[in-house]
Write a new protein. Structure first.
Length: 375
């Protein structure tokens, strides 16, 4: 009886697998020197596929359902084993359960910045992040090309390769789109669709299906983002002069309320300086009409500049001499070198004229005493 129980225990009559985790893609049904009993019950649950392998060759593939193993529902394995006229004895075969559910929330991202030529910022570097979903579409192909003889194949063993495919295709799609960086946020759906279609074809080579691909973020380097934030802040502030006046007034109030120990005079001095600066800013902020009126008043209060001294040229012996100022001309008149008949010219005259006919030279000849009366 004991020998019978031992032999019976070596025969497997129930084949099933319950997934204890969320990351196992392929699980090999383990047994130690056990054989599968003909007529055993095979249970394949929803989101599972059972693959029988005989001597390294993929045989029968079972979709969800409950099966009683026999030569009738194992056509390929029966052919490989040569069970031409039926077979009722135990047999050996490897059984792999493949998880066909969707594996969600797999993250991807660019390991290094992607270089682009932006029409507004010039050459820039961007990073991109997102998530994707996949599942096994062709269990036999996936085992043959990817899993091999691995008895416990998890998502970690394939996601690195899947991410590399995504990053390569995404980088190419972004570079070819030539969309400005500031407009990329409005094109996440377009990027997702374009890259997703390309990836689906490549994933099919592994027996996988890309069920969803999403771009969640495209970002610039920190220093570029900081400069962009400053530019945005300036646009939000609007009138910089009014904003400066407001900040100056706030600073003066803060210093008055918190002079600090030993810093009262310093704070007061700084407050006065800020006050003068604010006064200047307020003066600059006056409207143009007020500034023009103020300038006119200042011009009226200042006397006009003194006129320049009059200077004349003198014609003597067919040559011109000078120019001479009034003091010199007066000396020439006293010495007789200049008479009322002498020809003179100054700037603004159309032609030479007699010295006696020039109004501004009357003082020159008035300084000469008349001739003495006859004795």
């Amino acid at each position: 009886m004991g020998l019978f129980n031992k032999i019976k225990g070596e025969f497997i009559d129930i084949i099933e697998w319950l997934d204890p985790s969320n990351d196992i893609i392929v699980h090999r049904f383990e047994r130690y020197q056990n054989e599968i009993k003909m007529g055993a019950k095979l249970t394949v649950r929803e989101s599972q596929v059972a693959v029988f392998i005989n001597e390294g060759q993929i045989a029968d593939v079972y979709t969800p359902g409950m099966y009683t193993l026999s030569t009738e529902n194992m056509p390929i394995l029966s052919t490989l084993k040569g069970w031409k006229y039926g077979f009722n004895s135990p047999f050996k075969a490897e059984v792999y359960f493949v998880n066909t559910k969707k594996f969600l929330d797999n993250k991807w991202g660019t390991p290094n910045p992607v270089m682009l030529r932006d029409p507004e910022f010039g050459p820039v570097r961007i990073r991109a992040f997102g998530v994707y979903e996949f599942r096994v579409k062709d269990a036999a192909k996936f085992i043959k090309d990817i899993v091999g003889t691995d008895g416990e194949f998890t998502t970690e063993k394939v996601t690195n390769q899947l991410r590399n495919i995504i990053v390569t295709r995404f980088t190419d799609a972004v570079a070819e789109s030539k969309i400005p960086v500031l407009d990329m946020a409005s094109n996440y759906n377009e990027f997702s669709l374009v890259v997703g279609k390309t990836i689906i074809e490549e994933y099919a080579e592994y027996g996988l299906d890309m069920t969803k691909f999403l771009v969640s973020n495209i970002s610039l380097p920190p220093n570029v983002e900081e400069a962009l934030d400053k530019r945005t802040s300036m646009g939000v502030i609007g009138d910089m002069s009014k904003f400066t006046q407001y900040q100056t007034a706030q600073a003066i109030g803060d210093m008055a309320n918190n002079p600090g120990e030993g810093g009262g005079m310093m704070a007061g001095g700084m407050g006065m300086g800020m006050g003068f600066a604010m006064a200047g800013q307020m003066a600059n902020a006056m409207n143009p009409q007020q500034q023009q009126q103020q300038q006119q008043q200042q011009q009226q209060a200042v006397p006009p500049p003194l006129p320049g001294q009059v200077k004349y040229f003198i014609a003597a012996n067919g040559q011109q001499t000078g120019p001479y100022d009034l003091a010199t001309l007066t000396q020439y008149a006293k010495s007789g070198q200049l008479t009322k008949e002498s020809l003179v010219w100054k700037e603004g005259m159309a032609a030479w004229g007699k010295a006696g006919e020039q109004t501004d030279l009357s003082s020159v000849f008035g300084a000469i005493p008349p001739p003495l009366p006859p004795a």
